[in-house]
Design a protein around this ligand. Structure first.
Ligand code: TXA
Ligand code: MG
Length: 351
């Protein structure tokens, strides 16, 4: 398949031709990488089971891992979901359009292929202007997982989409770099109290300003036969090709420990790299790159750069990568969720 790469601006007048062509592709059952404010998505018609199958195939994703349905106006919600609780309308009023996904009971119009066999549907109303133009032009219901190949870091630029999807999708719409860089917060609204299934830009404190209370899936005791509620959370994810370790503890101890480990790998002739905050980057003695992910005072930048940094590490051929932990106040949980999964849960305590 030849992948057409086009640019869009978010200005409907300038994007008219692109949107006409893109919506024609979607209506014909094709698939397209599109920008959103969180990460790039791999879009197809959410109401067409064949489109869902194509998405799974292009991404190399297991078909039991459901797709998020993206809408471009609140009125469209009730055509795909029922039994919507007042809490969901309250959250929509506060955070939509924006980086929030809500899991609701699905109506029959949404095929089981889209929801990976589940009777619920995850719905998101993105704020990105290109995404909204595209969804509206394409019939209003767009299934879109993150546009990366399964297991790879999510795409925050069109260039990342080209690396992963050239030849696998009909079109890539280049809308420049995304704003946030972490995927949306997912909240299960089919349980009471609602429950966070994936941390994101909208954190628990922000949700609690609107809801009476919200739980966090990761803080619940899981019994042995409990399944993760968001099926995607059980897969290894975001992994760079090299082996990534996170080192936690007091800052000077972390640096001391990482330096010791680097020396061992370097004596064995292995390529190394470090991911450090701007404040601490000079503490490391590493033959490979010490990547400055951003200042601890600027957590938006750390979030925004995270997936790009993980991809850059593949480019430089690092075999052993050590990262500091970035437990920043607002986005720390979401950042550390992605990093922990990228490391396959390899966390070293430097205390
Ligand atoms: O920011 C985002 O959410 C991006 C952009 C493109 O919108 N999309 C995204 O999709 O991150 P994806 O497919 O990479 O992650 C969706 C997650 C998966 O972990 C999936 O298992 C979960 O949402 N999910 C989808 N539908 C669900 C449902 N009905 N119940 C529970 N979890 C669901
Ligand atoms: Mg994903």
């Amino acid at each position: 398949m030849v992948t057409k790469i086009v640019k869009a601006t978010g200005d409907p007048a300038l994007d008219r031709d692109v949107m006409e062509e893109a919506s024609g592709i979607i209506r014909a059952g094709g698939i397209i990488a599109i920008p959103t404010e969180t990460v790039y998505g791999l879009a197809g018609d959410a109401l067409n089971p064949e489109s869902a199958k194509k998405i799974y195939k292009a991404k190399g994703r297991p078909s039991d891992n459901p797709l998020i349905v993206h809408i471009a106006k609140l009125d469209d919600l009730e055509r795909i979901a029922y039994g919507i609780p007042q809490d969901a309308y309250d959250l929509a009023g506060r955070f939509w359009p924006g980086p929030l996904t809500m899991v609701l009971k699905k109506k029959d119009i949404v095929p089981m292929e889209t929801t990976g066999g589940l009777r619920t549907v995850a719905v998101r109303f993105p704020v990105n202007a290109i995404a909204r133009e595209f969804i509206s032009a394409s019939g209003g219901y767009i299934a879109a997982p993150s546009a990366n190949l399964s297991g790879r870091p999510s795409c925050t630029t069109a260039q990342h989409c080209i690396e992963d999807l050239d030849g696998r999708v009909d079109m890539i719409i280049d809308g420049g770099e995304v704003g946030i860089g972490l995927e949306s917060t997912i909240v299960d609204m089919t349980v009471n109290p609602p429950c966070i299934l994936r941390q994101g830009y909208i954190n628990r404190e922000m949700l609690n300003e609107t809801l009476y209370s919200v739980e966090d899936e990761r803080e619940k005791e899981l019994s042995e036969d409990d399944h993760p509620k968001a099926p995607g959370m059980k897969y290894r994810h975001y992994a760079p090709k090299g082996k990534l370790f996170l080192v936690k503890g007091e800052r000077s101890k972390v640096a001391e420990r990482i330096n010791k480990l680097l020396r061992i790998h370097e004596e064995e002739g292995c390529n190394t790299a470090v991911i450090a905050s701007h404040e601490d980057r000079d503490l490391y003695r590493c033959e490979g790159p010490v990547i400055d992910i951003g200042s601890l005072e600027d957590e938006d930048t750390i979030a925004h750069r995270l997936f790009s940094v993980l991809r850059d590490l593949d480019e430089c051929g690092a075999e052993y990568i050590y990262s500091e932990c970035f437990d920043t106040p607002r986005l720390g949980k979401a950042i550390m969720d992605r990093l922990t999964r990228a490391s396959g849960n390899s966390v070293i305590n430097a205390e």
